[in-house]
Design a protein around this ligand. Structure first.
Ligand SMILES: NC(=O)C1=CN([C@@H]2O[C@H](COP(=O)(O)OP(=O)(O)OC[C@H]3O[C@@H](n4cnc5c(N)ncnc54)[C@H](OP(=O)(O)O)[C@@H]3O)[C@@H](O)[C@H]2O)C=CC1
Ligand SMILES: N[C@@H](CCC(=O)N[C@@H](CSC=O)C(=O)NCC(=O)O)C(=O)O
Ligand SMILES: [Zn+2]
Ligand SMILES: [Zn+2]
Length: 354
């Protein structure tokens, strides 16, 4: 019997407000879920089903949906790809805007929420709400992927890994032989490492305040490590001394406006490019002396690593299946927890255990 158009009763992790509690399945927690749960997201709405990094199997489709059918393996996409809006038509961006307004309002494109709990309306999150056994997403918000790829691995391709990998390859366009530095060695920063390595960087410096991350990061292409806590002087000076004046490419994967400034100012005069990946809290602003830009440093930012989502995610899945040495998803997995242990997963992430 089809469930199309009928309500499904299932387990979901409803976040009633910051800070409360959630739950899960083939999903990963991204720091952005914790950020919204903390109440720092200016777009945050409660109660909500968080989660935007997942993998699943289509249960049913609405009327007129032709791009997927029941049984298809899919990855939900927080940046959709409609193929029709001016953003989709431009090769310069991946930021499809077709449903961005309603997505930010925590509802489906028709303005409705499809979740209720105890009779109360529950909001959608980033167009995905993956901390649920079943979710409802727009047809342009899923990528159909190879059904032979393990969903508990490729769910990582829903956010952190493509974001970091694409930040290096698509946004910064790291060059062969270049020097790179990455602030924050969580999943996103580690994925920047694999992107810089794939691009042929000669030096990839990991910058983190948690030295436990350094050993892990060696496996993701990082060649050198710096802990800002080990130095009295600003990290930009330390790095300039170590790299003959500064880095060719830097990446901020923390979400802290001070490290964003340090990453920009650690770039080499004349050509250094700094890419902001981290998401900073409501009210935070970046600053630097304009002279930093006048003298040739470039400040950029990236969302989902610049990948046009429905075109690219299936290709990234194939890259994992056929070239795992380049796309080593398995290495990103440190803990496998059950749906009911999601609070523990948040605690592990906050403790820096990914
Ligand atoms: N632009 C985009 O499309 C996306 C952005 N993001 C954002 O990217 C950021 C990283 O996400 P994720 O990898 O999941 O986060 P994690 O929390 O897993 O990783 C962040 C790392 O930064 C370290 N850190 C904290 N403070 C500093 C500091 N002052 N200097 C250097 N390192 C520091 C943390 O150490 P410790 O563990 O000790 O705190 C941790 O190792 C988040 O802001 C997230 O919201 C995520 C996905 C997509
Ligand atoms: N709601 C936040 C913005 C958060 C943000 O920047 N999200 C990133 C993805 S982070 C994924 O883990 C993003 O894709 N941004 C593009 C977008 O259109 O939101 C706020 O309002 O600050
Ligand atoms: Zn994310
Ligand atoms: Zn579009």
């Amino acid at each position: 019997m089809t469930t199309a158009g009928k309500p499904i009763t299932c387990k979901a992790a409803v976040a009633w407000g910051p800070p409360r509690r959630p739950k899960t399945r083939n999903h990963r927690i991204c720091h952005t879920d914790a950020y919204t749960l903390s109440g720092q997201d200016p777009e945050g709405l409660f109660p909500v089903i968080l989660g935007h990094e997942g993998g699943g199997i289509v249960e049913s489709v609405g009327e007129g949906v032709t791009n997927v059918q029941p049984g298809d393996h899919v990855i939900p996409l927080y940046i959709p790809q409609c193929g029709e809006c001016k953003f989709c038509k431009s090769p310069k961006t991946n930021l499809c805007q077709k449903i961005r307004v309603t997505q930010g309002q925590g509802v489906m494109p028709d303005g409705t929420s499809r979740f209720t709990c105890n009779g109360k309306k529950v909001y959608h999150f980033m167009g995905c709400s993956t901390f649920s056994e079943y979710t409802v997403v727009a047809d342009i918000s899923v990528a159909k992927v190879n059904p032979n790829a393990e969903l508990d691995k490729i769910c990582l391709l829903g956010c952190g890994v493509p974001t970091g990998y694409g930040a290096a390859l698509n946004t910064a366009k790291v060059e062969k032989g270049s020097t790179c530095a990455v602030w924050g060695l969580g999943a996103v920063g580690l994925a920047v490492g694999i992107g810089c390595k794939a691009a042929g960087a000669s030096k990839i410096i990991g910058v983190d305040v948690n030295p436990d991350k350094f050993k892990i990061a060696k496996d993701f292409g990082f060649t050198d490590f710096v802990n800002p806590k080990d130095y009295e002087k600003p990290i930009q000076e330390v790095l300039a001394e170590k790299t003959d004046g500064g880095l060719d490419f830097t990446f901020e994967c923390v979400g802290n406006v001070q490290t964003m400034r340090a990453a920009l100012e650690s770039c080499h005069k004349g050509w250094g490019v700094s890419t902001i990946v981290g998401v900073a809290g409501a009210g935070q602003e970046i600053s630097t002396r304009p002279f930093q830009l006048v003298t040739g440093r470039v400040w950029k930012g990236t969302a989902f690593g610049g990948w046009k989502s429905r075109d690219s995610v299936p290709k990234l899945v194939e890259e994992y299946c056929h070239k795992p040495q380049i796309m080593p998803l398995d290495k990103f997995i440190t803990h496998n927890l059950k749906f009911g242990q999601i609070n523990e997963a948040f605690h592990l992430m906050h403790k820096g255990e990914r």
